[in-house]
Design a protein around this ligand. Structure first.
Ligand code: NDP
Length: 316
């Protein structure tokens, strides 16, 4: 066991929320330490063009944007480290966080949780098998390019699935959209776009049974109509899963109040959790907006709330 390191402000996670918290906390002289987590840079590192982040009139690549966030946090001397929180103890006034299974122990006066969310999977064995071989993806914008001119399938019926189906339809020959009920959850405008795109075929009341392929990757998917019980083989080379996300908050579940999906509850209009000195920002606490710019905004709130908390306790 190493000697615990003491910090005023520990930031867990390195997406737009984490880096913005770091920039604000560092400029307020809180000398923040950041652990980047298992996916440094967060979800934006698996996207391509980001066109809706203000300040980039011509768009920017997701990974490049996250490099810029990192550089800005480093410019103000944030102590940025590889590793992720594997255990926490929020029982005392000083918050204890263990990193990488106890290799490092941090004692922090404030903790800003910016651990984001991860894509959900169907849970089929064949889905996971071809995730590593190739052909299964949870990000059409990242991987759609590989299936130009080919047939693909996408599962889901929310705004993400609808948006990704129309995105894929521009690149691919044909897109099967696998919808488990007889209606979509997506907004009416997005549904309209899907239903008016000629090369998208919506398969209603349909479940995915199995993903098929060989050592080169996916080459078909078997789906079942839940009303008729009939199976159908779709000859597709790409299988996209767009069934929502799960917040990366499991490690905090014994300490923080969360909703049934695991999103950390914060006092409305603040980043404060039920534990004094522990703040939650970005997608770990936001299931509604989930945008880079809203995550960054809430990261700023986290740093300001941490700064005020430390000032109120007379901690410098
Ligand atoms: P959602 O939770 O909204 O939708 C998930 C979809 O996946 C649902 O249609 C659900 O079906 C389906 N699903 C879940 N589990 C399975 C399963 N095991 N098998 C088959 N289908 C399954 O997630 P999204 O990622 O689409 O959206 C999340 C939030 O982000 C929403 O609030 C959305 O509005 C927002 N968003 C907004 C965008 C925009 O405004 N441009 C773009 C993208 C997202 P069922 O309906 O039957 O439950």
């Amino acid at each position: 066991m190493s000697t615990p390191e003491k910090v005023n402000c520990l930031i867990i996670g390195s997406g737009p929320a984490g880096y913005t918290a770091a920039i604000y906390a560092a400029r307020a002289d809180l000398k923040p330490m950041m652990y980047m987590g298992p996916e440094p840079g967060g979800q934006l590192t698996t996207t391509t063009e980001v066109e809706n982040y203000p300040g980039f009139p011509h768009g920017v690549q997701g990974p490049e944007m996250m490099e810029l966030f990192k550089k800005q946090a480093e410019r103000f001397a944030t102590d940025i480290r590889y590793g992720w929180a594997t255990k926490v103890d929020f029982s005392g006034p000083v918050h204890k966080v263990w990193v990488d299974d106890g290799k490092v122990e941090i004692h922090a006066n404030t903790v800003i949780i910016a651990t984001g969310a991860s894509a959900k999977w169907l849970g089929l064995e064949s889905e996971q098998k071809y995730r590593s071989i190739g052909g299964v993806s949870a990000c059409a914008v990242c991987d759609g390019f590989f299936y130009r001119g080919k047939d693909v399938a996408i599962v889901g019926a929310g705004d993400t699935a609808a948006e990704e189906a129309t995105y894929l339809a521009k690149l691919c020959n044909k897109v099967y959209m696998i919808v488990r009920r007889e209606e979509m959850r997506a907004s009416k405008a997005m549904q309209h776009r899907v239903l008016n795109t000629p090369n998208i075929e919506v398969l209603w009341n349909t479940d995915t049974k199995e993903v098929l392929g060989d050592d080169k990757g996916v080459n078909a998917v078997i789906v079942t109509n839940s009303k008729t019980g009939e199976d159908r083989k779709l000859d597709v080379y790409g299988f996209f899963v767009a069934i929502g996300h799960k917040p990366n908050t499991d490690v905090f579940k014994d300490w923080l109040e969360m909703d049934e999906a695991g999103y950390i509850k914060t006092i409305p209009g603040t980043s404060k959790t039920n534990i004094e000195g522990v703040f939650a920002v970005g997608d770990a606490q936001d299931k509604v907006y989930r945008q880079a710019v809203t995550a960054a905004g809430s990261g700023c709130m986290g740093a300001l709330d941490a700064e005020r908390y430390l000032a109120s306790k007379g901690i410098h």
